[in-house]
Design a protein around this ligand. Structure first.
Ligand code: PMP
Length: 407
């Protein structure tokens, strides 16, 4: 399938914004949705909307099969051992909070350390700050190289036998850096720590194999991978999940309820209190079918080519600084001398080009970069080289608009 055929499947892309064809370069914030996903969600509501795991009626059985079928698709997508290891969550944030609240608070004490990096998203920082507050554990940061990458030597030095949890993003939502998760996991395990992976920016773009990574937990969101908002998953090794307490209590997650005491369902349902996000899960399953059909390797290769082209074209515009290592996923974060990134994004928007500006939920990384904000263009399977050209042309216009103050 070529990129034009892929684009045909995304209705939203075929519109004008501010009088120009939309160039959507904000997929790292949320991706667009193909008709297959939109229709799967609609089909559920039109034909078999019903609660799951409850009634014995036909619609309920259909909904339960579709919901649990989506769990199996996720299992296969990341190569987990069993669907018992796949917990539906609201997304990456909720998944990481589940690990922090249920696993970490129960297993950490004042002598223990948590190791993360300064490039993490706030969703992979604040839950650990909270764990540190509640348990007395220390939150430590692995240093970054000058280009924003992680060196294994630094990982070896920061992770010690005091470390109980290491939590690192697989792909940075700002720098595009692809972190050596498999090697960091080995270092974590050698020291007796569990490895948590924030996969929000990797699962949509590259093949993920949790068995091969050998991580203990892996969190990701459907909305960044062509799926609906409000749904995602936490993978956890069964040996951990079995010992963990639920964090939400109520309907659906119980086995027996007495007046004073109750017991929980087995995995994975003990973590899914209340009516689950049924339509979202079904939509996530459809997104996985869609991505699998295109092929994660093809998506990865397409983005690699696009990002190389984008960087070479941006290099032609004087006064634009690009952040992050050379080897990167489809993310280009940049600043234009003397023009605030919000102004850059506003002028680009007037040209129909959607990029993000701000701190990207990574304020510690902004501090590390010595900036308050940046602009970010992020690419996905539906973006083209022609769109990169429009983006760069608009960047040059931005420069002219602000009186050539940069460059
Ligand atoms: N981690 C990373 C690296 C992200 O890019 C994001 C989303 N911007 C998140 C975590 C949080 O994901 P969500 O908002 O879907 O929970």
């Amino acid at each position: 399938m070529n990129v034009q055929e892929v684009r045909q499947m995304f209705p939203i892309l075929h519109q004008e914004v501010n009088g120009h064809p939309l160039v959507y370069l904000d997929s790292a914030a949320t991706s667009q949705k193909p008709v297959q996903v939109i229709e799967a969600v609609e089909d559920y509501y039109r034909r078999y909307n019903s609660n799951v795991h409850r009634g014995v009626h036909t619609l309920g059985t259909h909904a339960t099969d579709a919901y649990e079928g989506a769990r199996e698709k996720i299992r296969k997508f990341i190569n987990a051992h069993s669907t018992e290891e796949i917990i539906f969550t609201r997304g990456t944030t909720t998944a990481l909070n589940l690990v922090a609240t249920s696993y970490a608070r129960a297993n950490l004490g004042p002598e223990d350390e948590i190791v993360i990096t300064p490039m993490e998203h706030h969703s992979n920082i604040i839950p650990w700050q909270q764990v540190a507050k509640h348990t007395g554990a220390t939150l430590k940061y692995m240093p970054l190289q000058d280009d924003g990458s992680i060196s294994l030597k630094d990982a070896e030095e920061t992770i010690t036998d005091k470390t109980k949890i290491v939590s690192v993003m697989q792909v940075s939502n700002v720098l595009g850096a692809v972190n050596p998760i498999k090697d960091i996991t080995k270092i974590a395990h050698k020291n007796g720590a569990v490895m948590v992976v924030d996969g929000a920016q990797s699962a949509p773009h590259m093949k993920v194999d949790v068995k091969d990574l050998d991580c203990d937990f892996f969190a990701f969101s459907a909305h960044k991978m062509c799926g609906p908002t409000g749904i995602g998953a936490l993978y956890g090794k069964k040996k951990h999940l079995e010992k963990m307490e639920p964090v939400e209590f109520g309907g659906e997650m119980i086995d027996f309820v007495g007046l004073q005491e109750s017991t929980w369902k087995e995995l994975p349902w003990k973590f899914e209190g209340g009516t689950p996000i049924i339509a979202g899960a079904i939509g996530m399953g459809a997104a996985i079918d869609f991505l699998t059909e295109i092929g994660l390797d093809n998506i990865d290769a397409h983005e690699e080519k696009l990002v190389k082209y984008a960087i070479s074209r941006i290099d032609e515009v004087e006064g634009v600084k690009v952040y992050g290592p050379e080897k990167r996923a489809g993310i280009v974060t940049f600043n234009c001398d003397d023009v605030h990134p919000h102004d850059v994004a506003t002028v680009l928007d007037a040209e129909g080009v959607a990029v993000r500006a701000g701190h990207h939920c990574a304020q510690p990384l902004m501090k590390w970069l010595n900036v308050t904000a940046t602009a970010r263009a992020s690419f996905y399977l539906y973006n083209t080289e022609e769109e990169v050209d429009v983006f760069v042309k608009s960047l040059i216009k931005t420069k002219e608009y602000f009186g050539n103050v940069f460059g």
